[in-house]
Ligand binder design. Structure first.
Ligand SMILES: *[C@@H]1O[C@H](CO)[C@@H](O)[C@H](O)[C@H]1NC(C)=O
Ligand SMILES: *[C@@H]1O[C@H](CO)[C@@H](O)[C@H](O)[C@H]1NC(C)=O
Ligand SMILES: *[C@@H]1O[C@H](CO)[C@@H](O)[C@H](O)[C@H]1NC(C)=O
Length: 217
C-alpha cells in the first residue's frame, strides 16, 4: 500500500486537517446492478481512497490522513447522482485534491466535497457526483421540434424542385441571377432532403447512413 492511499477510518469524527472522503456504499458493500449497494463478493479488493493531488498530475507532498465517510451525498433539489468514469476515454483524469474536492480536468470542473462520493469498481475508483438533472420540458420541446421540422421541410421540397425547373426551363430566366437562384434552391433541396431523412429515420437507418449524412449519433 502506498503511503498516499493510507486511509484512517475514524467513526464519523474527522481528525484535525484530515480529508473526509465519502464512499457511496457502506463498508464491505459495492455497487449492485440497479443502483443499489450489494455485499462485495468475498476475496474482492477492498475500497481504497485514491491518492491526493496538489495540482493536476502532481501528488500532494504530504498527504493528509483520509477519513472515510459512508453513504451517498445529499444532493440539492433538482440534482441527480451521475456516475463518472475515470478513464481517458471517459471523463478522466479526475483528481482528488487537497481540499477534498474533485477536479474533473476534461470538464474544467471542481466538485465540492459535499457533492460526490467514490466507489471502486473492479479495483478502479470512480466518482458519483451530484449534477443538475436534465430539464424535462426542454427535452420534450426538442422532441416536438424534431417531429415538426421535418414535416415543414418535406412540404418545401416539391416547391424547391418546381422553382429549380421553372428557372431552368424558362429562357428569359436563364441569366446570371437565375443561375444563382438555381444553385441556391438545389442546395436547399439536397440539404432539406438529407435533414428529413436523418431526422425521421435515425431509429431505422443503418449507422453508416446517419454518419455519412452528418448525424453522428
Ligand atoms: C435491485 O437489486 C436487488 C438485488 O438484486 C433487489 O433486491 C432489489 O429489489 C432491486 N431493486 C430495484 C429497485 O429493482
Ligand atoms: C463546499 O460547499 C459547502 C456548502 O455549500 C461550503 O460550506 C464549503 O465551503 C464548500 N467547500 C469548498 C472546498 O468549496
Ligand atoms: C483517476 O485516474 C488517475 C490516473 O489513473 C489517478 O491518478 C487518479 O488518482 C484517479 N482519480 C480517482 C479519484 O481515483
Amino acid at each position: 500500500m502506498r503511503p498516499t492511499t493510507a486511509a484512517v477510518v475514524l467513526c464519523g469524527l474527522a481528525a484535525a486537517n484530515a480529508l473526509a472522503v465519502r464512499k457511496c456504499c457502506k463498508r464491505g458493500m459495492g455497487p449492485g446492478d440497479n443502483g443499489t449497494c450489494v455485499a462485495r463478493p468475498p476475496g474482492s479488493a477492498p475500497f481504497e481512497a485514491p491518492p491526493v493531488f496538489r495540482a493536476p498530475g502532481v501528488l500532494a507532498s504530504t498527504a493528509p490522513p483520509i477519513t472515510i465517510l459512508y453513504g451517498r451525498p445529499q444532493c440539492p433539489p433538482d440534482f441527480d447522482l451521475f456516475h463518472l468514469y475515470n478513464r481517458t476515454d471517459g471523463d478522466g483524469p479526475i483528481y482528488l485534491m487537497e481540499d477534498g474536492s474533485l477536479l474533473i480536468l476534461k470538464h474544467h470542473e471542481w466538485v465540492n466535497s459535499s457533492m460526490y462520493c467514490l466507489e471502486s469498481v473492479d479495483g478502479l475508483v470512480d466518482p458519483v457526483i451530484c449534477m443538475e438533472s436534465f430539464d424535462q420540458e426542454y427535452e420534450e420541446e426538442m422532441e416536438t421540434a424534431m417531429n415538426v421540422y421535418p414535416v415543414g421541410m418535406l412540404v418545401s421540397l416539391p416547391f424547391l424542385l418546381a422553382t429549380f425547373f421553372v428557372y431552368g426551363l424558362v429562357p428569359e430566366l436563364r441569366n446570371f441571377y437565375g443561375m444563382t437562384v438555381m444553385s441556391h434552391v438545389s442546395n436547399l433541396f439536397i440539404a432539406y432532403l438529407i435533414l428529413v431523412v436523418v431526422q425521421l429515420g435515425t431509429d431505422v437507418l443503418p449507422m453508416i447512413v446517419c454518419i455519412s449524412f452528418g448525424e453522428p449519433f
